[in-house]
Design a protein around this ligand. Sequence first.
Ligand code: PMP
Length: 430
Amino acid sequence: PSNAQLMDRRRAAVARGVGQALEVFIDHANNAELWDVEGKRYIDFAGGIAVLNTGHCHAEVVAAVQQQLTQYTHTCFQVVAYEPYVELAEQLNRLAPGNFAKKALLLTSGAEAVENAVKIARAATKRSGIIAFTGGYHGRTMMTLGLTGKVQPYKTGFGPYPAEIFHAQFPNELHGVSIDDAMASVEQIFKNDIEAERVAAFIVEPVQGEGGFYVAPNEFIRRLRELADRHGILLIADEVQTGAGRTGTWFASEQWPVAPDLITTAKSMAGGFPISAVVGRAEVMDAPAPGGLGGTYAGSPVACAAALAVLEVFEKEQLLARSQALGERIKARLKTMAGVVSAIGDVRGLGAMVALELFAVEGGKAQLAKPDADLTKRVVQLAAQRGLVLLSCGTYGNVVRILVPLTASDAIVDEGLDILQASLQAASQA
Ligand code: PMP
């Protein structure tokens, strides 16, 4: 069937609430390339939303999964346990920052990891309040939607959300929010909404993902940690999008000046298999009583096997160093592009988590007060026509994110960036 035929069937059969950025159906894929059902080739700069740090169908991940599938596919870790779960927990404990004993819990999706981090934080502190940040995104379940800052389109029509969730401002110099403003907004919450001594946790992304690839400044994190320590509040790093090597370290929070108490991670950790984790301070992780955590598929052996293979691939192919180098290469190229395409008002990122932000142009200059979501949509569509899969994001819908597999060659990355530049130029002229 063609893409158009499959689109018709999709419209008739699939709930429309499941959005779709491109009218493309995949046939097969390899590393940084995918082919649609009509045989058209695309370079994949979206990576299934930051899931494919080791690329599509990495041979070693595929082999590990095949081996696991034939040995045993499922038992449920809470009934008859298995070593790959324990081994993955050990690896995550070893990788997570912080000079203290750690434990881990495996789950299935990013949202589920965040849900469980909140449960654990509440059980450990015996407090209920959670402070999240504007522009933050934490998932599509009810609690994680409650934590998510942006309303449209995620939250519309689904409330009420769980109580005791508050939003402070995320520092964003580009859009006029200083670190002082952000800290003052936390103090305002303590004053107006909930006493600090009733707050269980802060939850923050090291780089806001869906919010637009804004990097949390180290100084902000340092002050948040200080405030947390003063009031007995836990600090949760939501690393669902930043984790698994995307930012040049396994966890982005390794680059923080202070350690979080809990980290949530998912997406790329198993190269495309659904698995997620909460990892952190052992005594905090052990707060819930036996039976309070888990789930039928949580930490599936097949996904564990994939995740352990991904860790080996990272080691063998030195993908953390590659993440840094790729990030530098892409950022340098985007900065050059900004000299040619006036609409590019900012280029930023951490490691290979890179984005550019597009604005209306007046007098030959990007107007930072006028985010251009329409232009961004045109760029994504034109790029797809030219064989490049891109993904936009941002509170204003005007950010183009670049999530190249870390296993991609320089040649493929450059080819993709050429298409990006051509698409930006064509879309700007339209
Ligand atoms: N937290 C963050 C920071 C995310 O980026 C996402 C997914 N975009 C989630 C949580 C939710 O993860 P999932 O879609 O796997 O539930």
